[in-house]
Design a protein around this ligand. Structure first.
Ligand SMILES: [Zn+2]
Ligand SMILES: [Zn+2]
Length: 331
């Protein structure tokens, strides 16, 4: 089979043996695999690397699964689980202590572990269903933990694919959305997804503007999708007293935090949200089915023969989710 390999911003295909099913790991023919912001590490790597950790597809070969059958349409996630540790037992597989490795999803086929591979309902398009990965997963998990809903105003910092996904989830849950993003393409797409106010932080002081938009109190909740310290601090500074702040953008740096000022006196909750657990899949499928705008999270689709263009487009900042379609060739 073919899969993508990349290094130094150059993308190629390579030929590798087809995977074979083993025990509860089934072979999935990948129909759509979105590029993730975290594939940046792979695209810019100095040595040949393989990314891709989301997607949708069809089961084509099985060994001894209990539930999945050949022909099932399935959702592919970034993680697998040991199914034995206390976190797996609690249904919290994303924090599993012994996660088995998962192969690249920028491939014609991949192996998927049955336990973490839900079946996609028949009425959902497989391209749209591929958004159940990092497009919508991190924000669905975080907004569920914050119980964001009608009557809440939420600040979303950063409108890359995860931030645009957060706009989609927050609007679906009935919240008012204020978003901050310097890129005009992304601001426009957020408005198409229903964001109530979008702010260019290079034009106005975001903190003052958001305070003015919220009767001097600040938003109830904030979610950072930038992974950048200034935006994370903005979330903490602007959220109202007793508010909640979720971090979903990966930030390898430390940020300044005043336990007394930020948490004890202001009373805010700070949470980290990585992904979502299997128990949220029914809500994810409901969102994918009922959101009137969710398909706008897909801005481009490319086959393997256009993979270079796919990655160049994605990292140009003028894109939402870019889908890699291994089986499609340029018309
Ligand atoms: Zn991802
Ligand atoms: Zn585990």
């Amino acid at each position: 089979m073919k899969q993508l390999v990349m290094a130094n911003q150059s993308v190629d295909t390579e030929e590798v043996p087809d995977p074979t099913p083993k025990d509860d790991w089934v072979v999935v023919k990948i129909i759509a695999s979105p590029i993730c912001g975290s594939d940046r590490h792979v695209f810019y790597a100095k040595t040949p690397s393989r990314g891709g950790h989301e997607g949708s597809g069809e089961v084509v070969a099985v060994d001894k699964p209990e539930r999945l059958r050949v022909g099932d349409r399935v959702s592919l996630g970034p993680l697998a689980a040991c199914k034995k540790c206390e976190f797996c037992n609690a249904g919290d597989y994303i924090h599993c202590l012994n996660q088995p490795p998962v192969g690249t999803h920028f491939a014609e086929y991949t192996l998927a572990q049955e336990f973490v591979t839900p079946t996609i309902p028949d009425d959902l398009d497989l391209d749209v269903a591929s958004l159940a990965g990092c497009a919508l997963g991190p924000s669905l998990g975080a907004l569920t933990r914050m119980a964001t809903g009608p009557g809440h105003t939420i600040l979303i910092t950063g409108l890359g694919p995860v931030g645009l996904g957060a706009v989609t989830v927050a609007k679906f849950r009935g919240a008012r959305v204020i978003a901050v993003e310097p890129g005009p393409w992304r601001r426009r797409r957020a408005q198409e997804l229903g964001a109530d106010t979008v702010i260019d932080p290079t034009e106005v002081d975001p903190l003052k503007t958001i305070i003015d938009l919220t009767e001097g109190l600040g938003p109830h909740h904030a979610i950072d999708c930038t992974g950048k310290t200034p935006a994370e601090r903005l979330c903490i500074d602007v959220v109202r007293r007793r508010g909640k702040v979720a971090f979903v953008g990966e930030n390898p740096d430390d940020i300044p935090l005043g336990p007394s000022r930020d948490m004890i006196r202001k009373g805010i909750d700070l949470i980290g949200g990585w992904h979502f657990n299997l128990g949220l899949y029914p809500e994810m499928f409901r969102l994918l089915r009922e959101s009137p705008v969710v398909d706008k999270l897909i801005s481009h689709r490319f086959g393997f023969d256009q993979a270079q263009e796919a990655f160049d487009t994605f990292f140009s900042g003028q894109a939402a989710k870019v889908l890699i379609k291994p089986w499609e060739t340029e018309a």
